[in-house]
Design a protein around this ligand. Structure first.
Ligand code: GDP
Length: 362
């Protein structure tokens, strides 16, 4: 799962990206991740792993991760190729969701590209580039589809959807503001539109606002986001960068002083998980305890496939215990005796926090 961090220049994207990646997940454990300086992996904080590690004394804990891509270079005119614009837009096409960083802090030392802090204007500037790029995609798709529609009547549906989305985009609104029936949504997703990707607006605020001071900019972003059904969360990128440098104890103390229990990054990662409809299942043993990311609704064999394709192909059954039950009893065999370890088959839908042992044929 990949999230792209976008926003105008100088709003704090790189600062946020650096603190996310500094939070440190060892890349060697995640062979699927892209190796690129603009791509970083951030661990998903999960208290359950620590608890399981105490039971198994495995000494090795591997959290789930989310990939973040720092997509710099989006400026006014990007869709027309300004500032390498099109290249950056194509990077956004590859991500599953977007974190849109919006400057909500005043600081005369940090230049604003349009010389005034104005979050709504900033958001609209970026969204307009995405909208223009989507319109271009839809034009191309429409002319291709129109050629084949005589031979395949099914395609009329696609043309109708394209028309409907174009109308919305031409009003300056994002495609995600339209709600589709699932059947149509499948077609719309195949267009891979930038403005149909889920978005989290990250309001980058100053220290005072983080501590609870009123911030009118955040209010503006929140209103805009709620109109399009998106989420907002507040973060102070500068502080996150400082927190990322601290060790665990120092971090706890620092957060305590700020009066919060989790760092902004931890909240961001949790919110991204929710936005993408993701959950974690866990594996635990004397060698390692580990969290694995799956889409909510994934069946047991496909979950097994996340670990290894052989596990999916040769899937027989899964032995499952709820993490909370296991931690409470402190021992797998005891959980088994109490009948809390279930045997599940191919049709089982994996739940968040399931501790799973897969049985498979090789
Ligand atoms: P980007 O162009 O969006 O990647 O922006 P950067 O992350 O490079 O940040 C631009 C400048 O703004 C840098 O000098 C940062 O130190 C500063 N900056 C970033 N976040 C904050 C913040 O929360 N508060 C303040 N005052 N400055 C920040």
């Amino acid at each position: 799962m990949k999230l792209g961090i976008v926003g105008l220049p100088n709003v704090g994207k790189s600062t946020l990206f650096n603190s996310l990646t500094k939070a440190g997940a060892e890349a060697a454990n995640y062979p699927f991740c892209t190796i690129d300086p603009n791509v970083g992996i951030a661990p998903v904080n999960d208290e359950r792993l620590i608890q399981l590690e105490k039971i198994y004394e495995s000494g090795k804990v591997i959290p789930a991760v989310i990939e973040f891509v720092d997509i710099a270079g989006l400026v006014k005119g990007a869709s027309k190729g300004e500032g390498l614009g099109n290249k950056f837009l194509s990077h956004i096409r590859e991500v599953d969701a977007i974190v849109h960083v919006v400057r909500c802090f005043d600081d005369s030392n940090v230049v604003h590209v349009s010389s005034k802090v104005d979050p709504i204007n900033d958001i609209e500037t970026i969204n307009l580039e995405l909208i223009l790029s989507d319109l271009e995609i839809l034009e191309r798709r429409a002319s291709k589809t129109a050629k084949s529609v005589k031979a395949d009547k099914q395609l009329q549906k696609e043309l109708d959807l394209i028309e409907m989305i174009k109308e919305r985009l031409e009003q300056g609104l994002c495609a995600r503001t339209i709600s589709f029936e699932e059947e149509d949504a499948v077609i719309v997703r195949s267009f891979n539109l930038l403005t149909y990707k889920p978005v989290l607006y990250a309001a980058n605020v100053d220290e005072e606002s983080l501590a609870g001071a009123d911030n009118e900019y955040v209010g503006q972003v929140t209103r805009l986001a709620s109109e399009e059904g998106s989420e907002v969360f507040t973060v102070c990128a500068k502080i996150e960068e400082e927190i990322a440098e601290l060790d665990d104890d120092e971090k706890k103390m620092f957060l305590n002083e700020l009066g919060v229990s989790e760092s902004g990054l931890e909240r961001l990662i949790a919110a991204s998980y929710k936005l993408l409809g993701l959950i974690s299942f866990l594996t635990a043993g004397p060698k390692e305890v580990r969290a694995w990311t799956i889409q909510d609704g994934t069946k047991a064999p496909q979950a097994a496939g996340k670990i290894h394709s052989d596990f999916e192909r040769g899937f027989i059954r899964a032995e499952i215990v709820n993490c909370g039950d296991l931690v409470r009893l402190g021992n797998y065999n005891l959980a088994k005796e109490k009948g809390l370890v279930r045997l599940e088959g191919k049709e089982y839908t994996v739940k968040d926090g399931d501790v799973i042992l897969f049985r498979f044929n090789v």
